[in-house]
Design a binder for this molecule. Structure first.
Ligand code: GRF
Length: 219
């Protein structure tokens, strides 16, 4: 499975994916090849992470393409040069046009820092705290034209603590992001994922401890 990853910034999810190839990691021994990392910003810290791991990097600067459609076309051209089976958004902070999304239907995934369909969009941790939810988390999903709304591959939940602030909550969610994103790639590489006729992603995954319930407050 040839993967092109798109980033805009820090790149901690990218790092988690690359490190998951190490012995014992979710991607160890899996047929996953990271062909290229593309950023829309030349100063994205994640580009150095890619380089450290010997992965080719490219920049497609959105400021050189003021129109969204032109940027998306330039981006798709660079992506397609690597003939990817999967395009992975890892903190890529641009909204993609319906044409772009359609071009990568069922091979474009994203990680979102909330338990979708709750809290699509930005500032998810502050909004979760303001809503008083007792569980929060992250979601890996296929990308569709509607933002943060595509078929869900995997989610992880964390308890919300009484003394949380957005930064503390974000840090605990991020630990789970780094755990589930490699899992999603593993299942895709193994051909265990299909999207059914209702637009629901069905994953024949290892059951693991998936029956364990996370209750918060724990009482
Ligand atoms: C993550 O919280 C991810 O869920 C969101 O953007 C952030 C990217 O962080 N889509 P990083 O660049 O992977 O560290």
């Amino acid at each position: 499975m040839r993967v092109v990853t798109l980033i805009s910034g820090r790149g901690s999810n990218l790092r988690a994916l690359l490190e998951a190839r190490r012995p014992g990691g979710a991607l160890a021994g899996q047929p996953v090849e990271f062909a290229c990392v593309i950023s829309n910003r030349a100063d994205a810290a994640g580009l150095a992470i890619a380089a450290e791991h010997g992965i080719a990097t490219e920049v497609v600067d959105h400021r050189q393409h003021p129109e969204r459609a032109a940027f998306d076309r330039a981006l798709a051209e660079r992506i397609d040069a690597h003939r990817p089976d999967l395009v992975v958004l890892a903190g890529f902070m641009r909204i993609l046009s319906p044409e772009f999304v359609r071009h990568y239907e069922n091979r474009l995934i994203n990680i979102h820092p909330a338990l979708l369909p709750a809290f699509p969009g930005l500032d998810t941790h502050a909004r979760a705290l303001a809503a008083g939810v007792k569980l929060h988390g992250c979601t890996v999903h296929f990308v569709t034209a509607e933002v943060d709304a595509g078929p869900i591959l995997v989610q992880a939940a964390v308890p919300v603590r009484a003394d949380d602030d957005p930064a503390r909550l974000a840090a605990r969610v991020l630990v789970q992001e780094h755990r589930v994103y490699p899992l999603a790639l593993r299942w895709l590489a193994q051909g265990r994922v299909r999207v059914d006729e209702h637009g629901v992603a069905r994953v024949s995954a290892d059951t693991g401890d998936a029956d364990a319930a996370l209750v918060s407050p724990s009482g």
